[in-house]
Design a protein around this ligand. Structure first.
Ligand SMILES: [Zn+2]
Length: 204
């Protein structure tokens, strides 16, 4: 029953070409849309998956090609990047090891750093005036170079709770550049209290 393109029962079961109903989401507290919402037709699996940036056969790793691009803080092992795209959130940041690793081959030293680094970055983002909570996510579908996303959820904005926070960041009015730079300096200064130093706009 299994085939190279539909390798498991899970894959066989899905309604390819159809638009599934968005009803389970509509009216929910964490959903950003109402009205006539249509789900895109479900596409077939692509196997083997196309290489990610930094994988053999893929495009070069942008992080290794330009390590300091958009960096706002760094120490000897980690760097925090922000401002890669304009966002309607007070802060969207990426935590990356300076060396090119995947999650599954991170060194023991970096793995031991990771928990404290997540706590430090989340706390540094919360230092920004008006931030109520810091979300963080690891996707890894675009680039092989290990990275964790951090998203600042503005205090009191209860519609922005939950997994669509990054979507809200794409559709709310972008934060003005001078305000972003102030926020970046706040985050970088907080991180530098423990290790490393502000970089880029955060060092100005
Ligand atoms: Zn890399």
């Amino acid at each position: 029953m299994d085939s190279p393109q539909r390798p498991t029962a899970y894959h066989h079961r899905l309604p390819y070409g159809e638009r599934v109903s968005p009803d389970p989401l509509l009216g929910g507290p964490f959903f950003a849309f109402d009205g006539d919402v249509r789900v895109v037709p479900l596409a077939e699996p692509v196997l083997p998956e196309p290489p990610r940036a930094g994988e053999p056969g893929g495009s070069p790793c942008l992080t290794c090609a330009d390590p300091d691009s958009s960096a706002i803080w760094g120490d000897e092992r980690w760097v925090l990047k922000a401002g890669l795209e304009p966002s309607g959130l007070p802060m969207v940041a990426l935590l990356l090891p300076r060396e090119h690793y995947r999650l599954d081959n991170l060194s023991a030293e970096l793995l031991a750093d990771l928990g404290p680094m997540i706590q430090r970055v989340a706390g540094a983002v919360r230092r920004i005036d008006g931030v109520g909570r810091t979300h963080f996510s690891r996707f890894g579908d675009g680039s092989e170079h290990f990275h964790v996303w951090f998203f600042a959820r503005p205090v009191g904005m209860m519609q922005l709770r939950g997994p669509l926070l990054s979507v809200w960041g794409d559709i709310l009015p972008p934060v003005p550049d001078d305000e972003f730079q102030l926020n970046a300096r706040t985050v970088a200064t907080a991180l530098a209290e423990v290790s490393g130093q502000p970089l880029g706009v955060a060092a100005d």
